[in-house]
Design a protein. Sequence first.
Length: 202
Amino acid sequence: MFTYPSRFTPFNSIYIKLCNSLDTFFNTLKVFHFRMKGIKIGKNCRIYQGVRLSGNIEIGDDVRIGSYSYISTYSDGQVIIKNDVLIGSCSYIGSGHASVSIGNHCIFAAGVFISDSTHDISDVNVLTKHAPVISKPTEIQDNVWLGFEAQVLAGVTVGQGSVIGAKSLVTKNIHPFSVAVGIPARFVRDRLAQPLAGEVVG
C-alpha cells in the first residue's frame, strides 16, 4: 500500500479532513435542495454526485443513492424507499401511475432498473411511442440484493431476503429468500437451504 513520505503526512491529513468537510457540506446542500422541491428525505442520507430526484418520492433514514442515479415519478406515481438502503451508481427507479416500494436494508449494485410501468402494445394501429402506459405496483421487500444491472419490471414483487443475479430480468414474482438469475430470471436456489460453496450471483 502506498504511503506518503513523513514530511507530507500532516498536509495530507489536513487535506483529507477538508475534503470530507466539503463533501458533508455539499451533501447537506443537496438534501436541502431536494427537500425544498417537496421530496421527503429522512435522517443521515447521502446523495452523491449527479443524482436526480423528481416527483412524489419518500426516502427513509440512512439511505445512500449512488452517483448519476435517477429516481422519478409521474404526477400520480410514487416511489417509497425505506430505511438503510444502498442504491448503486447509474441506477434508475421510475413510477408511472402506480408505485415502486423498496423495503428496509436493501442493497442494489450499479445500473439497476426498477419500474412500475410499460406501454400497451396490444393495438398495432397505435404507434408504440403514443401507446397508453400501463402501470402496476412494483415491490422490493426487505433485505433484497439486486446484482449489477438487474432489471425489475412492472407489477413484480421481489420477496424478502431474495438475491437477483447480475444482468437478470425479473418479469414475475420472486418468492422470499430465493436466488434467481437469468433472462428472464429463474429460481435457482432457496437461501434457507444449504448454501453452495463459492457461490457468486451479484
